[in-house]
Write a protein that binds this ligand. Structure first.
Ligand SMILES: [Zn+2]
Length: 125
C-alpha cells in the first residue's frame, strides 16, 4: 500500500492517521505492533498489511482512542472483540446508505407533518 496520511475526528479530537510502509511498528513498551494509537500526539499509525487487516487495525486503534477519552475501562481483549465485531459489521454493511435513508424518511415525515398541520389550519378557518 502506498503510504499516506489523513485525519479523523474522534470524540472531538483530531487524530492524524498515518498509513506507513513499515512491516512492524514499536509501541511504547517496546513491543512490535501492526497499529499504534499515540494519545499524546493524537496519532494513529498503521503498518503495511493486507487492506482488510489495515482496516481492522484502524478500527482497533479508534477504539483505543475512544477508550482513552471515555472512562470505560476497556481491556485489550475487549477492544479486540469490539474490533472483530465492528470490522465485520462495517465490511458487510453500508451504514451510510441506511443513515441517508433514515434522514430522508425523517425529512419526508417532517414535510408530511407540516403539510398536515397546514391542512388542519386551513380546515379550522
Ligand atoms: Zn490495542
Amino acid at each position: 500500500m502506498k503510504p499516506f496520511n489523513t485525519y479523523l475526528r474522534i470524540l472531538g479530537r483530531q487524530y492524524s492517521i498515518d498509513f506507513t510502509d513499515a512491516d512492524y511498528l514499536m509501541d511504547i513498551d517496546g513491543k512490535s505492533a501492526a497499529g499504534i494509537c499515540n494519545h499524546w500526539e493524537q496519532r494513529i499509525t498503521l503498518a503495511r498489511r493486507h487492506p482488510d487487516k489495515v482496516k481492522a487495525h484502524l478500527v482497533h486503534e479508534i477504539f483505543e482512542a475512544i477508550a482513552e477519552v471515555l472512562p470505560i475501562g476497556l481491556s485489550e481483549s475487549q477492544i479486540e472483540m469490539l474490533e472483530a465485531g465492528w470490522f465485520q459489521f462495517l465490511k458487510e454493511n453500508n451504514i451510510y446508505l441506511l443513515w441517508e435513508a433514515i434522514d430522508a424518511a425523517y425529512e419526508e415525515g417532517c414535510q408530511n407533518s407540516s403539510r398536515n398541520e397546514e391542512r388542519i389550519r386551513r380546515e379550522e378557518r
